[in-house]
Ligand binder design. Structure first.
Ligand code: NDP
Length: 487
């Protein structure tokens, strides 16, 4: 059985209860984890506070070196971590390995940035006086992680938190704690410095408390000793996080849902656009915050586009992520599949047609898991649930449009504003979309690359604040204004 990681030790929960982690492809138990309690969280906070005193004093250069060293340690176990991730999450091994690649890239990015934090020297109106702005770590941070990308979304919090000199408590989703625990066991062994000066990451710099959001998550939100909350997950829980953590005036970032539009104009490179519509919607079985959730096609190319995309989707092999043949795994949870099923059925009842899929995947062992066929829907009315809500699974509604203004208006009609894309070779059309899209991320002839180099986040109901990029570091540092007078 896996354990909690508190103060550098593997421990049981004080409550002694455990939770089974099951494979969404087979229903089999992969392992069990402790069902953490608020008392476990308190212990983790204590350990993180103790570690903070030491870690915040480590030079920025050494913090960067530690993160680089951690990447090497993760690589040593990457095969095992990928297999565990596929077993607990359901994604294919290819997707699991790609997730580890992204995790490492992000950690390396913040390893490099650790020593690049700059302050400012500010001239002031008063004679003989000058101002300075210095940036200091906040203290104990918490990362609350969802189940769709357990490792990369953990890394987007842990990387900048540690680089900036903070310590952190990670709360993984209840259904995907195992790869995270193994990964952080490795990171905890990381060292910095040479020879006799070599040091290990202070114990308690990273803690992992597994357990329900309603207890472990709540304690992290409420406890005033946790100064910073980084949350990725549903908009509904995000609202709650903001309310509860807001009472303690905590620093908060929220990465929430999305309903990303992809607009394809008639002059676009259709081959590339079809390929990316497939990846953008069906990667990770469609369980992505950044995912093509509404496809807008200009009328003149719509039928050809739909035909070509349908051909690709028919060839997609759905199956257990551990099999080399599988191109798409199961949905992660049964209720998640039911939700997608209901959204598709609602669209069909309102006149939509399933050109491909529109039902559960059957045959062989597929009945044991939460499988659903890649689904392409045409003739979808604007008021169907799948048009207005976030669809967190492998179903893509298609809408036709006459001109760009109409497409942009519909694209922006969502309550979400995470990522929007336009496919065109016309610079004027591209520039108009860049300017008008209500989204935190805009792509032209590209899709959902969560580049570590660029800030990532949403507007409207998609969230608050940014992860990735140098911008993310700002959310883990407090600026301190200093005035010095020469008398
Ligand atoms: P949630 O928002 O419920 O869960 C995300 C994380 O928050 C999990 O670690 C969860 O813990 C934790 N959590 C739940 N309740 C609380 C609470 N009261 N206080 C603190 N933490 C809490 O997302 P789900 O995983 O249930 O998915 C539901 C929907 O959210 C999906 O259908 C999808 O629409 C969206 N989603 C969006 C994601 C994104 O990347 N933007 C990622 C995942 C989901 P626990 O697992 O123990 O419940």
């Amino acid at each position: 059985m896996a354990k909690l990681l508190i103060g550098g030790e593997q421990v049981d929960s004080v409550g002694k209860e455990t939770t089974e982690v099951r494979n969404p492809a087979t229903g089999e138990v992969v392992d069990s984890v402790p069902k953490g309690t608020s008392r476990d969280v308190e212990q983790a906070i204590g350990a993180a506070e103790t570690a903070f005193k030491e870690w915040a004093d480590v030079t920025a250069e050494d913090r960067g070196k530690m993160l680089m060293n951690a990447c090497g340690l993760i690589k040593e176990k990457s095969k095992e971590i990928a297999q565990l991730l596929t077993q607990e999450q359901g994604k294919t091994l290819f997707e699991a390995n790609l997730e580890i690649h992204h995790l490492l890239h992000g950690l390396e990015f913040y390893a490099g940035l650790a020593s690049k934090v700059r302050g400012a020297h500010v001239p002031l109106p008063q004679k003989n006086a000058y101002g300075m702005v210095i940036h200091q770590p906040i203290g104990v941070c918490a990362g609350i992680i969802p189940w769709n990308f357990p490792l990369t979304l953990m890394g987007t919090k842990l990387g900048p938190a540690l680089a900036a000199g903070n310590t952190i408590i990670i709360k993984p989703a209840s259904t995907t704690p195992l790869a995270t625990l193994l990964c952080i066991e490795q990171i905890q062994k990381a060292t910095y410095g040479e020879g006799k000066q070599q040091r290990t990451l202070p114990k308690g710099s990273i803690n992992v408390v597994t357990g329900p959001g309603s207890t472990v998550g709540e304690e992290l939100l409420k406890n005033p000793r946790v100064r910073r909350i980084a949350f990725t997950g549903s908009t509904e829980v995000g609202r709650h996080v903001m309310e509860v953590a807001g009472r303690e005036i905590k620093r908060i970032t929220l990465e929430l849902g999305g309903s990303d539009p992809m607009i394809v104009m008639e002059d676009a490179n259709l081959e590339a656009a079809v390929r990316m519509a497939d990846v953008g919607r069906f990667f990770n079985c469609g369980q992505m915050c950044l995912g093509v959730k509404r496809l807008f096609l200009q009328e003149s190319i719509a039928d050809k586009f739909i035909g070509n995309l349908a051909e690709l989707l028919k060839k997609k092999t759905v199956g257990n992520g551990m099999s080399k043949e599988s191109r798409m795994g199961p949905l992660h949870l049964d209720y998640q599949r039911k939700e997608v099923e209901e959204q598709v059925e609602d669209a069909k009842a309102r006149g939509a047609k399933a050109v491909v899929g529109g039902e559960r995947a059957k045959g062989g062992d597929l009945g044991r898991g939460f499988f659903y066929l890649p689904t392409l829907l045409t003739d979808v009315p604007d008021d169907a649930r799948i048009s207005t809500e976030e669809c967190f699974g492998p179903a893509l509604p298609v809408f036709k449009f006459k001109d760009l203004d109409e497409a942009i208006e519909k694209a922006n009609s969502s309550i979400y504003g995470l990522g929007s894309s336009i496919w065109t070779r016309n610079m004027l059309a591209a520039n108009k979309a860049i300017e008008k899209f209500q989204a935190g991320n805009v792509w032209v002839n590209s899709l959902h690359y969560g580049y570590d180099e660029l800030p990532f986040g949403g507007v409207k109901a998609s969230g608050v604040g940014r992860e990735h990029g140098p911008e993310a570091l700002d959310y883990y540092l407090e600026p301190k204004a200093v005035v010095i007078v020469n008398v």
